[in-house]
Ligand binder design. Sequence first.
Ligand code: FDA
Length: 391
Amino acid sequence: MQIETLILGAGAAGLMCAAHAGSGTLVIDHARAPGEKIRISGGGRCNFTNLGVEPARFLSGNPHFCKSALARYTQWDFIELVSRHGIAWHEKTLGQLFCDGKATQIVAMLLREMDAAGAELWLRSSLADLRHDGTGFVARVEREGETREVRARNLVLATGGKSIPKMGATGLAYDIAARFGLEIVSPRAGLVPFTFPDGRFSDLSGLSLPVRASNDRAGFDEAMLFTHRGLSGPAILQLSSYWAPGEAIRLDLLPGADLAGHLKAARETSGRKSVGTVLGQLLPARLVGGLDALSGAPLATPVGALSDKAIAELASRLASWELTPQGTEGWRTAEVTLGGIATDALSSKTMEARDCPGLFAIGEAVDVTGWLGGYNFQWAWSSGAACGTAL
Ligand code: FDA
């Protein structure tokens, strides 16, 4: 069959692109259902965008690349779409917008938009072969035991990144892009928990507290969660996207608090209380008792016996606890993929490869990665709309 555009991947970006591209468009996906990551996202309620979307909240080899698409299809455009489809939503925290009901409403909305535009979707379909014959792309698609030849003027790579292979994530977009001469920025797991050896935090597993997690490149004031394998929670997931193996991270366990002032006041008013008891007024008792960082701290000492120097040392130890993760949980649990198809080769307006007319790349497959909190879906909507409008 001869069509205008073949989109590989019926995820967030591919469906959005098809809804804008309209008739003459075929979307294929090897999964049984479209938009599976949308369905499971945000604990089943899909954190579909963020009120605070701005280019500085995206990581990329070229930090300017995302600007055009984000400006032309904004969070407000998506909010308008969601509202037009009667989907109720709410702001949870930090500008994060979630459905009141199920995330599947978002998938159904995208399918309705795509249908209305006249685009077609084939599920359980995989690409058996692909070539360019000088005028367009020639794909052999396997579907329900049959092989069909699909000829298309345009090919859109929308198969996402490598995170959660159990859900069907593959490196197909990278392989095809590389075959057509596009550079790939080495893909890495992002928004992913850190691991530490020897069950270092297993006694604290399940404990959550607000922290500032930082390194020399970024810092996040959000919750941190101790796990059997290491550290997780939003502050840690965010920082993981700015981390490289072997590097240390810093934790401020009492962000915004004046611990030295608190200890000095306690020294005056309740000098016989132990340091551990005073710390327990500010931090969860389980943490005070179990934290390695405090192993050298004089927990049993009466606070009245602390010198100014000892107080300053203790305060600084808790404000910049430095530790080096062994690694991350990797693709198994990563929410997103850093790196991907290098932006240098793409037009930021249309997402088309400059040196390969008719080849486009959108969504997570491209080297643009958002923060936690709805930013990655917004990139999928914005890049999908930019491409679909240009087709
Ligand atoms: P996406 O992964 O959505 O779609 C790719 C499609 O391509 C899939 O349907 C897949 O089956 C198909 N495909 C892959 N390989 C193929 C092949 N070889 N042949 C055929 N088809 C193939 N973001 C956010 O903003 N808010 C949130 O709440 C969350 N929550 C969240 C939770 C979890 C658990 C994960 C893993 C991720 C999130 N994300 C998120 C990130 C978000 O899901 C992600 O960035 C977008 O889905 C990316 O959209 P894409 O369309 O680019 O890829």
